[in-house]
Design a protein around this ligand. Structure first.
Ligand code: PEP
Length: 253
């Protein structure tokens, strides 16, 4: 990692009942307060728990995030939640997670529209990009990631780029226990930074690029030693504070 602020962001997905969610959030808020000067610590929370957890920890350093957002402002979009509805509670929102891309068929164009909605309401988008196993086997990793990053960023100005975080998450490594080699994560992260640099080279240097895919307390160190990897997006290991804390410790160095 460099002098960019590292971020460790948990993605709870559709997990945790309200009691467990409140309890894990309280423990992670303590971790966030302890790490505040050096590491940004946050949780992407299921929609219904967001206002509860955000209110409870309004005075803490815990960053509150959502896992998705509608590209629309308002209207007849049953089941969707707009950026304006999330913005009073959330400082960040995950956009284009591979589970949204694969299960819900989200295209690069939709991801771009969601990103614009988040930025318009002052939330930091965490843009997820990454290749499937088949794309990796075909040697297409850099092409796929370039397309995803370019599509989401070419229309942005430097100010908007400075609000962005990118998470490189190889699809085959999410929730599988399989992990990218740190050298591969570094190569893709550097490539992402280079693609962002075609938009605004100075802003690109400031964008936190996270690695995601089966990160845990044992493997986090190796990723955080990579110069272009600025933290992690964490799924499974964010569901308990005991599993999450060692990852934050690794980022603290
Ligand atoms: C994720 O959901 O973004 C993720 C990286 O999950 P996991 O850490 O469980 O692989």
């Amino acid at each position: 990692m460099t002098d960019r602020m590292p971020y460790i962001l948990g993605n709870w997905k559709m997990n945790l009942d309200i009691e467990t969610a409140m309890s894990v959030a309280a423990d992670v808020a303590d971790i966030a307060n302890d790490a505040a000067a050096d590491v940004g610590v946050g949780l992407a929370i299921p929609y219904p728990w967001i206002p509860l957890i955000a209110s409870e920890h309004a005075e803490s350093n815990l960053l509150i995030g959502a896992q998705d957002v509608s590209p629309e402002e308002s209207g007849a979009f049953t089941g969707d939640v707009s950026a304006g509805m999330l913005a009073p509670w959330c400082t960040f929102v995950i956009i284009g997670h591979s589970e949204r891309r694969s299960i819900h068929g989200e295209s690069n164009a939709l991801v771009r529209a969601k990103l614009a909605a988040a930025l318009a309401h002052g939330m930091a988008p965490v843009l997820c990009v990454g290749e499937t196993q088949a794309q990796r086997d075909a040697g297409l990793t850099m092409d796929v990631v370039s397309d995803q990053v370019r599509s989401a960023s070419t229309h942005l100005g430097g100010v908007e780029l400075r609000s962005l975080l990118v998470a490189y998450e190889p699809v085959w490594a999410i929730g599988t226990g399989l992990t990218a080699e740190p050298t591969d994560a570094q190569a893709v992260a550097a490539h992402i930074r280079q693609v962002l640099g075609t938009v605004d080279i100075e802003a690109a240097a400031s964008v936190p690029i996270l690695y995601g895919g089966s990160v845990n307390g044992d493997n986090a160190d190796a990723y955080f030693a990579c110069p272009d990897v600025d933290g992690a997006l964490v799924g499974g290991a964010s569901l308990s504070a005991d599993a999450f804390l060692p990852i934050v410790r690794a980022a603290l160095g």
